[in-house]
Ligand binder design. Structure first.
Ligand code: PLP
Length: 397
């Protein structure tokens, strides 16, 4: 695809692979995925989470790169995302992590998508669709989520017994994994409390004669802190394999900015634009909507064709900056829907066509998604996901 408007995001293939390999190693998955699973040693799995358009990085591009590296499992949010991913990853396992909805069970079966399930509705929709297709017993793998304390998704432990009835003899459903999600993966005590609830649920499941192949728990934070031992031990005890679901780390960020420094993670995305217009305004003149910027001296302003409709937070008005000619240029005035102005008075030689970096590196300077998150009171996840659909993603190196 070609694009002409100078507003694009470069996604580094090399950095994505670096982060993927590094996280696998940190998670204790040193074998390449293809070689894992030698007889007798159950191999653990890493699910590469590419939900929300791969955290804004472009789902198809990122998943293809990781599939080329042997990634066997991908995590997305919805069946819609899973169906779209199936077109680029015909052979991979695809986990739809937020259940399924009316009208989606057929696609789950037809495209070999693996849903996380917890509501009776999820089980009913799948069983009905399986009956319509004449699917045999145990042919529809599902990952049963347990609510161990996050109270967002999952079967409340008190309802588990009843939910397991759907996996009786002759059921088309196969309990491939039991999963849970930690609400404060960086807090060891909170996670251990959730693990105790998880362990009790898993024991109950095994006690009913069900044999899940995987126990799925943990995210980037768990891997970065190397806090996956409890899940591993529980899995070993019941003869299952451990599965960990990693998203943000793949894209080069630690969930908590405090841990970014120590992590061997490289930010994958660079968001760039170009100077498309320049002007000088006199002292006392104002710039932008609501005249929130007033020149204190003769001021040179550069126009960048990126605004809040591209996902650049309007909260950065008069406080954020971008890189031009290897230097930081302050955002002058309100960010508009499609445009932003920079004060380049102190940066000599700025010319129309100069590259502008919103996220990334230029010269010795850098601005990260974590920096923007800090300035706008949010998390790097949101900054990355907010980059708009009209900003083309271009794979580089
Ligand atoms: C998003 C998500 C993950 C990945 O979390 P990161 O912090 O990005 O690694 C794992 N599991 C579930 C259920 C998720 O929704």
């Amino acid at each position: 695809m070609t694009f002409t408007r100078p507003d694009w995001a470069e996604v580094s293939r090399g950095r994505l692979l670096h982060n993927y390999r590094w996280l696998r190693e940190l998670a204790g998955l040193r074998d390449s995925p293809q070689r894992a699973g030698s007889p007798g040693t159950p191999s653990d799995e890493l699910v590469a989470v590419v939900k929300a358009n791969a955290y804004g990085h472009g789902r198809a591009g990122c998943a293809s790169v990781l599939a080329g590296e042997g990634a066997g499992w991908f995590g997305v949010t919805s069946v819609e995302e899973a169906v779209s991913l199936r077109q680029v990853c015909p052979g991979a396992r695809i986990l739809a992590m937020s259940g399924l909805w009316h009208g989606e069970a057929e696609a789950v079966l037809a495209r070999g998508i693996t849903p996380a399930v917890w509501e009776p509705l999820h089980l009913e929709l799948l069983v009905e669709a399986a009956q319509r297709r004449g699917s045999g017993a145990g042919t529809v793998p599902v990952h049963l989520e347990i609510d161990t304390g996050m109270s967002r998704q999952g079967v409340p432990p008190g309802e588990l017994e009843r939910r397991l009835e759907a996996f009786g003899a002759g059921s088309p459903l196969r309990l491939e994994a039991v999963m849970t999600h930690f609400h404060s993966a960086e807090d060891r005590e909170a996670t251990q409390a959730q693990m105790r609830v998880f362990a009790a649920a898993v024991e109950g499941i095994v006690g009913r004669g069900l044999r899940p192949e995987f126990l799925s728990a943990g995210s980037s934070a768990s891997v970065l802190q190397q806090d996956t031992e409890d899940v591993t031990n529980l899995a070993r005890r019941i003869g299952a394999r451990r599965m960990v679901r990693v998203g943000l780390g793949l894209y080069g960020y630690a969930p908590s900015p405090a841990r970014q420094g120590g992590a061997g993670l490289l930010p994958v995305l660079a968001w760039k634009s170009r100077v498309t217009s320049l002007r000088e305004i006199e002292a006392g003149a104002v710039a932008g909507y609501d005249a929130t910027f007033r020149a204190e001296r003769r001021t040179r302003l550069a126009l960048v064709p990126v605004g809040y409709a591209d996902g650049l937070s309007r909260r950065l008005s008069n406080c954020g900056c971008m890189l031009v000619r290897g230097q930081r240029a302050a955002i002058a005035g309100r960010i508009s829907m499609d445009q932003t102005m920079l004060d380049v008075t102190e940066i000599p030689g700025v010319a129309i066509g100069d590259e502008v970096v919103l996220i990334g590196e230029q010269g010795g300077e850098s601005i990260s998604a974590a920096d923007l998150a800090q300035q706008t009171g949010t998390i790097s996840y949101e900054v990355l996901c907010a980059i708009g659909a009209r900003v083309p993603r271009v794979m580089v190196d």
